[in-house]
Each structure stands twice: as structure tokens, then as C-alpha cells.
Design a protein around this ligand. Structure first.
Ligand code: NAD
Length: 486
């Protein structure tokens, strides 16, 4: 169980991981700790030549046998890696907590354990999914076989660094690919460690390469590389669009894009209001609202709106805010000073334009970048507080009189990631589930379960394709059609 740690006494692995080895590199981009604002390191930026080296290493390692190894060999190696990840929690957790928003105590039982379990899930898929036989009409034998892409280029965000790396690496490796992964320039350390643990687990060197850097230089070099056969990206919708443009300019390749959201939580008058308030408050305060799935727009029946709002206010108190390296911390900081100011700006503008502040509404008076859980009512429908993904602990509440109005309010012009529906009426729940534009719908709960069986992904500009579940494994293999004359 990771304990509190001294942030100034952590040995940081700073460099790219190429061919199974740490390649030290000069830091370029200054890094700040969200918990106290201290500048503590600088992230290197891999240029096109360094990305070339990583892609070549990946291509060679994949061609040398991983792609054609017996699936059970891949399964065994991935299981060993998952075991090592779990056992390494005392080292991994501080590396993750130091520069990110993830409190150290939540990591071992949460992100790290879940990542190991998720890798085991994909490990077990390697020898269970083959091709298909087709009912051809003549005497031919028709079938599809599947094969890996080769090198997958993966890019991850800062909000759940280990989990996001696991989402990309687990299915890609199980499916027989090699990966070149770029973590966020703000939170690279735990991903570097994951790659080194993969080598220790006996996954051949070169299968997991990590290059550090930013989007415009390193990210572009990955997505546009001719030997990267598939791109798997999680991040903002804006960056997703830029990646699509770069891929189109430099060639063509399949892409999985997991992007932003502004998800509604629709509460009907017959809902269990305590259950709804618990779920909604948890979803907007977990990681201080810095989650793609954050249910940031409450849409409530006008008859129960004041009651629900009061229950939310009672629950939206920061639970043990503190530095991520303190094992007692529950409430996370905001990732950067820039992001903190952006959240404050959106809330202040909404209030200046007539919104009612029911709780929060300001940065917290303590070191680091902390913002108080905030609830806004009476917000203009065209306000950035309603339309923009704030990526902070800010919730709006709007009222409706009937189902049609609830649907109109829940529809977002850009995003369609998730939705929550709270009602005791099963027919209404199923009606709404069909109508709401969202890749995932939660009914009388909000948030993923801890298993990995269900896929996740968005509609509209919240994304293309799925991570997790069997769909993520299939997305990392391509099918080939075969017809044999007999
Ligand atoms: P971001 O888009 O700024 O950066 C994500 C990653 O992409 C980083 O590694 C960054 O360096 C890289 N990047 C940026 N521009 C790029 C480009 N042009 N080419 C290649 N790479 C580029 O996002 P962020 O601030 O790190 O993360 C927050 C965003 O991620 C939010 O919008 C959130 O909703 C989204 N997110 C989505 C999911 C999901 O499953 N849908 C999960 C987590 C986070």
C-alpha cells in the first residue's frame, strides 16, 4: 500500500524508452507539480528522428516474432507484466502522483490495480478470438482471418496516465502489435516505468516504446509516420481533429479517437434523489472533475430541481483536499495554473451574465492549484459554462417540464460521450436511453464499473471507435478475406 512520500526525494526516470532501454534526453518543457505549483523537472521532446528510431525498433520487434507468436505466449507474457505492475505499486504510485492530479492513496487500489486487471482481460483474449467461416453459396470455402496491424501509434492525456496507457497497450499488445506511445508531456513518469516493467516481464524489447514530447512535434511525427499502421488517441476533441488532419495529409490509417465530453445527467421527478445526488456529486468531484466522463450538466425536472440542488450543495464539499503525495488526500488539485485560471474565467463570466452561484465559485486558499466544487443555476443556454468542456469541478443545473424538453436540453451540438438517467420508471428509462445521443448511458448510477468487459467511446465529436471490451481488441486487428476453391 503506497504511503505518503516526500516529493523532493523521488528518482525520476526521464528519457525515452526505445528497444527496451531508457534513452536519457535533455529536458525542454518545464513541468510543475499541481499539488504545490513547484517547477520540478523538464520534459524532453522527441523530434522526428527519435520517433523514427522508436518506430523502427517497434517494427523490428513485431516482425521478429510477437505478431506471429502463438497467442498463448503473448497471453503468458502479458500476465507476467500485469503481476509486475501490481507488485510495483509502491514505486509506480509516487511516479504517477508526483506530477499528476491523482492522490497516491487512490492509485494502488484504483488506477494501478485496475490497469493490471485490464491487461489480464486483454491477455486472455489473445487466444480466444479468431476469424470467421462464411456460408458461401457455391463449393468454395470462404473465411476471414485476422492479423495485427504491425506498429500502433498511441497518444495519451494527463488525467489518468497509467490507466490511459493500459487502455492502449493492453489490447494492442494482446492483438500482436508493437506500440510507440507518447504520454502527456505533463505526466510521463509512470508510463516510462510501465514500459521498463514490460521488458522485465519478458515482453520482447521494442514492443513497448515510449517517446516523450508535445503534440505539434512528437505527436505529429507519430501520427504521420508511414510505418505507423494505426493511431489510437485519447485526448481533447481539438487535438483529435488536428490528428485526423495530419493523418489525411500524410497518408491514411485507421484511428481510434477517444475525445472530450460535456455529459448530461437527467433526473426525473420520480428518481431516488439521494441516490442521484450521491452519483452526480461523486462524478463531478472525482479527480476534481478532470475526467472525460464527468457528468457536468444536471438536467432536472423543475418540480424537484430546488430539492435536488440543495442535496447536491450538501454533498459538493471537497473531501480532504491536499497534496497528491499525502496518503490522507481525497480531493485532487487541478493539473495546471493555466487550467485553474480557465475554470475560474468560465465560472466568473457565467455569474457576471446572471447565473446563480449555489456553491463554490473560487480557487481554494491553499498551495497548489485547487478549485472548489461549484454548482451554477440559471445559466444562459449559450454560456460557455453550458457548452464548453470545463474539465474542472463545475456543475450546471437546468430545469425541464417534460421528456421532450429534457432531450432538447441534453443534446449537445458537439459532444456525445456519456449520459446519466435517474428514474424509477423502467419504460421511461429505456425510452430515454434510446433517444439520448451518448456512447454510454448509465441508468440510476454514474460512472464505469471496475471491469473491462464493456467498451467505451463517444458519439458525435466525442470520438470514433472504442477502447476497452472486446471491441478494443478487434480494433487492433484487421481482417483478411480468403476464398478457397474446393
Ligand atoms: P490534449 O488533447 O491537450 O492532449 C492529449 C495528448 O495529445 C497529449 O499527449 C498531447 O501532447 C497530445 N497532443 C496534443 N495535440 C496533438 C497533436 N496535434 N497531435 C498529436 N498529439 C497531440 O488533452 P489533455 O488536456 O491531455 O486531456 C484532456 C482531454 O482528454 C479532455 O478533452 C478529455 O475529455 C479527454 N479525455 C477523453 C477520454 C475518453 O475516453 N474519451 C479519456 C480521458 C481524457
Amino acid at each position: 500500500m503506497p504511503q505518503s512520500f516526500d516529493p523532493d526525494c523521488i528518482d525520476l526516470p526521464l528519457g525515452h524508452v526505445i528497444d527496451g532501454k531508457l534513452v536519457p534526453a535533455k529536458g525542454v518543457l518545464p513541468m510543475f507539480r499541481p499539488s504545490d505549483g513547484a517547477e520540478h523537472a523538464a520534459c524532453p521532446v522527441a523530434d522526428a528522428a527519435m520517433v523514427d528510431r522508436a518506430v523502427e525498433s517497434a517494427r523490428n520487434a513485431q516482425a521478429a516474432g510477437w505478431g506471429s507468436a502463438t497467442p498463448r505466449d503473448r497471453t503468458r507474457a502479458l500476465h507476467r507484466w500485469a503481476d509486475l505492475i501490481e507488485a510495483d505499486a509502491p514505486t509506480l504510485a509516487p511516479l504517477e502522483a508526483l506530477s499528476s492530479t491523482r492522490p497516491v492513496a487512490q492509485l494502488a487500489q484504483g488506477d494501478i490495480a485496475v490497469t493490471a486487471e485490464q491487461i489480464r482481460f486483454f491477455a486472455e483474449m489473445a487466444d480466444k478470438e479468431g476469424g470467421d467461416l462464411a456460408p458461401t453459396r457455391d463449393a468454395s470455402l470462404g473465411m476471414t482471418v485476422t492479423e495485427p496491424y504491425g506498429v500502433v501509434g498511441a497518444i495519451t492525456p494527463w488525467n489518468f496516465p497509467i490507466s490511459m496507457a493500459g487502455w492502449k497497450l493492453g489490447p494492442a499488445l494482446a492483438a500482436g502489435n508493437a506500440v510507440v506511445l507518447k504520454p502527456s508531456e505533463m505526466t510521463p513518469f509512470s508510463t516510462i516505468r510501465l514500459a521498463l516493467l514490460a521488458v522485465q516481464a519478458g515482453i520482447p524489447a521494442g514492443l513497448v516504446n515510449v517517446v516523450l514530447g508535445d503534440g505539434p512535434v512528437t505527436g505529429n511525427a507519430i501520427t504521420g509516420h508511414p510505418d505507423v499502421a494505426k493511431v489510437s488517441f485519447t485526448g481533447s476533441t481539438g487535438a483529435g481533429r488536428a490528428i485526423m488532419g495530419n493523418v489525411a495529409r500524410t497518408g491514411m490509417k485507421p484511428m481510434t479517437l477517444e475525445l472530450g465530453g460535456k455529459s448530461p445527467q437527467i433526473v426525473f421527478a420520480d428518481a431516488d434523489l439521494d441516490l442521484a445526488a450521491d452519483a452526480i456529486a461523486r462524478s463531478i468531484t472525482f479527480n476534481a472533475g478532470q475526467a472525460c466522463v464527468a457528468g457536468s450538466r444536471v438536467i432536472a425536472d423543475n418540480r424537484i430541481l430546488p430539492d435536488l440542488a440543495a442535496r447536491l450543495v450538501a454533498r459538493m464539499v471537497p473531501d480532504r483536499p491536499g497534496p497528491t503525495w499525502d496518503a490522507a488526500t481525497g480531493y485532487a488539485p487541478i493539473i495546471s495554473d493555466r487550467q485553474l485560471r480557465q475554470i475560474g474565467g468560465i465560472v466568473d463570466d457565467a455569474v457576471a451574465q446572471g447565473a446563480t452561484l449555489l456553491t463554490g465559485g473560487a480557487a481554494m486558499d491553499r498551495p497548489g492549484y485547487f478549485y472548489a466544487p461549484t454548482l451554477l443555476a440559471d445559466v444562459a443556454p449559450d454560456s460557455p459554462a453550458i457548452l464548453q468542456e470545463i474539465f474542472g469541478p463545475v456543475l450546471t443545473i437546468q430545469g425541464f417540464d417534460d421528456e421532450d424538453q429534457a432531450m432538447t436540453l441534453s443534446d449537445h451540438p458537439t459532444y456525445g460521450l456519456c449520459a446519466g438517467i435517474f428514474t424509477r420508471d423502467l419504460s421511461r428509462a429505456m425510452r430515454m436511453m434510446r433517444r439520448v445521443r451518448a456512447g454510454t448511458v448509465w441508468i440510476n448510477r454514474y460512472g464505469r464499473s471496475r471491469d473491462h468487459i464493456l467498451p467505451t467511446g463517444g458519439k458525435g465529436q466525442s470520438g470514433i471507435g472504442k477502447d476497452l471490451g472486446r471491441e478494443a481488441y478487434h480494433a487492433n486487428r484487421q481482417s483478411k478475406t480468403v476464398l478457397i476453391d474446393i
